[in-house]
Design a binder for this molecule. Structure first.
Ligand SMILES: [Zn+2]
Length: 99
């Protein structure tokens, strides 16, 4: 089972949050789960297929289901995560406009 993205949580979780945004926004959003910025860039780079150094200049919008438990989603101020494939809220933004 995938583990929660919450950096201090990492519990096995079978729910996801749907994120949609550019590289920098996705990395910034990960820091809301207590993920250190460098590690956030590393992870996002891996998920969207670019180098960590390229994440901030990755302007293409990517859809990213992020494994997250309900508690971490709540702590970060996001709606409750859903089972992968189930309809759920899409959390989107871009680095040029905060949501
Ligand atoms: Zn969690």
């Amino acid at each position: 089972m995938p583990t929660c993205i919450g950096f201090n949580c990492r519990k096995p979780t079978n729910t996801v949050l749907y994120l949609r945004g550019d590289g920098k926004w996705l990395a910034d959003t990960m820091t809301r789960f207590e993920v250190p910025p460098d590690y956030a860039k590393f992870m996002i780079g891996k998920l969207i297929g670019c180098e960590p150094s390229e994440v901030s200049s990755h302007t293409k919008t990517e859809d990213l289901p992020l494994s997250c438990c309900g508690e971490c989603a709540r702590k970060a101020g996001f709606p409750p995560p859903v089972h992968p494939g189930a309809p759920g809220p899409i959390i989107q933004g871009s680095s040029s406009s905060r949501f």
